[in-house]
Design a protein around this ligand. Structure first.
Ligand code: SR1
Ligand code: MG
Length: 419
């Protein structure tokens, strides 16, 4: 296959012959492509994902489809998003080495990336549903968020390079538009693609009729759409992380864009909180212990973010923002400036967190933590806790000043009945 070939989606049957001459494949899987085995494993909302195995090794082939897989060809989506995913993966590999899969090959025309097969890693969300722990999860996620946030900003990057990169990503208009509607807008009115558990109607009504809530969410949308502080992953949930019991990777950055520093931190925190609230339906034994572990991961993520960001502030502040020339070189301490920036990022993160908690129960693309609970009667009280806490996080953001306040709030909501 060459760059000039017209785009055509792969199938398990056509893949070996179509990619059979690619050195990125043959060096790992063997020259005899007829001996490769191919399995399509994409369970996300957008793309084709194949595991291709040779005698000694396997690779992942990810190909964008020209529409939203979850919905079908009635919702077209440009193939050029694979280019941005490739850009994001290369930047994350530089900014947070060792946290993302290695890329072996990129074909822009086929919207296709050949990359490292992570094994025996599985999607973190599935581990959380099964009740499996991952040692070092909070530290890993906190460092990933801090390193990508800091090193993708003008605290670290040269201004011209950063602006040029914002320019590169500004071509990716359709993907942010999905987040702008599905995450920030649709949950707050009766939008066409929405769905929710009917038993939640009274809670949903109280959310949708709260004008102050909508104002605050729109304020966060304005930040999301207009603030280019750093390159964010853009869709950092537990389905975008793969893990063994002690090793993690971040995958799937096709929603990457330049955006506010607190966005990834808020999204990932929300997904751990949803894992937390859903647990009573997934296990009886060791429920308290496992829920406690999830809260500990949240606490470590937020704590590690601050610690790592502060270290980078002290050691790698080479950009035009808060230059050492203005502070340390003048004998002036910059630690207060760092603390204030971290506090602002945390406040944003808490609001983004509340919004993500809403959208996964009210809009399109719910998460398996709740959706795997088949009985709506069993599911509704757990979803309601999540929705209500999301509401408080948005309305009362400033009072959730650190991880301790957040965890106390989660424990409180976990005891309450709303439906
Ligand atoms: C139509 S895409 C729906 C969702 O899937 C992705 O993983 C993002 O979370 C997006 O919002
Ligand atoms: Mg995804």
């Amino acid at each position: 296959m060459t760059q000039s070939d017209a785009y055509k989606p792969l199938t398990p049957e056509t893949l070996p012959a179509r990619l059979g001459k690619l050195p990125a494949m043959t060096t790992r899987l063997g020259e005899d492509f007829t001996a490769w085995t191919v399995k399509e494993v994409g369970d996300g909302n957008l793309n084709l994902v194949f595991i291709v195995a040779g005698a000694k090794d396997s690779v992942i082939v990810k190909q964008a489809l020209p529409y939203v897989r979850l919905v079908g060809d009635s919702w077209p989506l440009p193939l050029y998003r694979a280019f941005y995913e490739h850009c994001a993966l290369t930047r994350q590999a530089q900014r947070a080495p060792g946290t993302v899969p290695e890329i072996y090959h990129f074909d822009e025309a086929q919207a296709l990336i050949v990359m490292q097969f992570l094994s025996p890693h599985i999607i973190l969300r599935n581990k959380l549903i099964r009740g499996e722990k991952v040692t070092g999860a909070g530290e890993f996620i906190g460092k990933f968020c801090a390193r990508t946030a800091f090193r993708g900003s003008e605290l670290s990057m040269q201004s011209a390079a950063k602006k040029a990169d914002v320019g590169v990503f500004s071509g990716n208009v359709d993907i942010p538009a999905i987040t702008e509607s599905l995450v920030f807008t649709d949950p707050y009115y009766d939008a066409e693609m929405n769905n929710h558990n009917a038993l939640l109607d009274p809670v949903v009504e109280s959310i949708r009729s709260n004008i102050e809530l909508k104002r605050r969410v729109q304020k966060m949308l304005m930040k999301f759409a207009s603030n280019t502080e750093t390159m964010v992953h853009g869709d950092l949930h537990s389905g975008s992380i793969m893990a063994t019991d002690n090793e993690l990777y971040v995958i799937d950055p096709e929603f990457a864009q330049y955006g506010p520093m607190g966005f990834d931190l808020g999204m990932v925190t929300a997904n751990f909180l949803m894992a937390y609230f859903s647990q009573p339906a997934h296990r009886g034994n060791e429920l308290d212990e496992y829920q406690g572990w999830i809260l500990d991961v949240i606490a470590k993520t937020l704590h590690t973010y601050r610690a790592e960001f502060t270290r980078l502030w002290q050691e790698e502040r080479t950009g035009m923002l808060y230059p050492t020339a203005l502070f340390e070189s003048q004998g002036h301490d910059s630690s207060k400036a760092c603390e204030q920036l971290l506090a602002d990022t945390h406040t944003d993160a808490m609001a983004f967190c509340g919004i993500e908690m809403h959208r996964r129960c009210l809009s399109l693309a719910h998460n398996a933590d709740f959706e795997d609970i088949e009985n709506p009667v069993k599911r509704a009280p757990l979803e309601a806790r999540n929705l209500q806490m999301g509401m408080q996080l948005i309305l009362d953001t400033e009072s959730v000043s650190d991880e301790h306040a957040l965890i106390a709030m989660a424990k409180d909501y976990n005891q309450r009945s709303f439906v």
